[in-house]
Design a protein. Structure first.
Length: 322
């Protein structure tokens, strides 16, 4: 009986070791290679749906994301160690605005990703999204509290007290850490677009932001999730941006490593796989925020502290990325 017991104990140890190894490799696959997302794409048939994107008959007047090239790839943003989570383009000062969610801080950056100003955000944890509204006003999205804050940047870099900001509570996903993740602004129509990350992904538009009464909650909220239901080649949404001049929307997916362009009616136009061969790195890890400049250069930030710049075909061909 003793040899049998020893063999049984050996088999048990081997089974435990194999199970531990399987769990470890599953964790690595999900955490770093998003294998769960790729399996979902395969099982749900999303790869087949990719055919409706980047069609030549939809490229007239579009960004044409498939033609973009990356000329700044994974540059570390000086002074930021972790939690870089959102990005916007400040058209009044030709610069970028980035946010870090912990500790909550707003930074101004030049077009090369170099910091030019730092604004600690007091009483404002978990800031995930940022949009520039014009005249030094900035919209900041607080994910867990589902709250939109409107702050004014001071003339000189320094702390901003968010308790003194205008705030609008959006009680659609109370207490969720998968709430609103990204925000983009259409200055011409005074419309704000918001995306919910996943479980499920959602897209909303807020009209009349300037006239909103925080006490009465007179905002006009429109659910545009039908634009993305079942049609996006992505499993989550981490950011949204409005494209002036085209009236198109840009969407960013962290899990699926994709930029996607929708037309003004929500129809798919073009997408860019951030793992494709034009880029020196194989993927953009945890892409959290993006912005687009007047020349249609696209900027992306990813956690913990990486900066990317993508140039459209005409700019990339001339070697002049701004």
């Amino acid at each position: 009986m003793r040899p049998f017991a020893l063999r049984l104990a050996g088999y048990s140890l081997l089974a435990t070791a194999l199970l531990t190894a399987a769990v470890f490799f599953a964790y690595i696959g999900v955490r770093y290679y998003k294998l769960d997302s790729q399996m979902y794409r395969w099982m749900s048939g999303e790869d087949a749906r990719d055919a409706q994107w980047n069609r030549s008959d939809r490229q007239g007047g579009a960004l044409g994301l498939a033609g973009y090239r990356m000329d700044i790839d994974a540059r570390v943003v000086p002074g930021i160690d972790k939690n870089l989570s959102g990005l916007a383009f400040d058209t009044d000062h030709d610069r970028l605005i980035a946010v870090v969610n912990r500790p909550a801080t707003l930074y101004t950056l030049d077009r090369n990703g170099e910091p030019t100003g730092r604004y600690p955000l007091r009483h404002g944890p978990d800031i995930e999204g940022v949009a520039y509204l014009g005249n030094n006003r900035v919209a900041l999205l607080q994910e867990r509290k589902n709250t939109l804050h409107i702050v004014t940047l001071p003339a000189q870099p320094g702390p901003i007290d968010m308790d003194k900001s205008k705030s609008l509570r959006l009680d659609l996903f109370p207490g969720s850490n998968a709430g609103f993740e990204g925000v983009g602004y259409d200055a011409g129509r005074d419309q704000l677009y918001l995306v919910k990350e996943h479980s499920p992904s959602k897209l909303y538009r807020i009209d009349g932001l300037h006239d909103a009464d925080p006490a009465a909650m007179t905002l006009r909220l429109t659910d545009l999730s039908a634009w993305i239901d079942g049609s996006l080649p992505a499993t989550d949404l981490s950011s949204v941006e409005f494209v002036p001049g085209l009236d198109h929307l840009l969407l960013l997916s962290d899990e699926s490593y994709r930029l996607m362009e929708l037309d003004r009616d929500g129809r798919p136009v073009s997408y860019l796989d951030l793992r494709s061969t034009p880029f020196p790195h194989t993927r953009v890890p945890q892409a959290e925020g993006m912005a687009i400049g007047p020349d249609r250069t696209i900027y992306v930030v990813s956690e913990p502290n990486l900066f990317y710049r993508l140039t459209p075909p005409a700019v990339a061909g001339n070697g002049n990325a701004g």
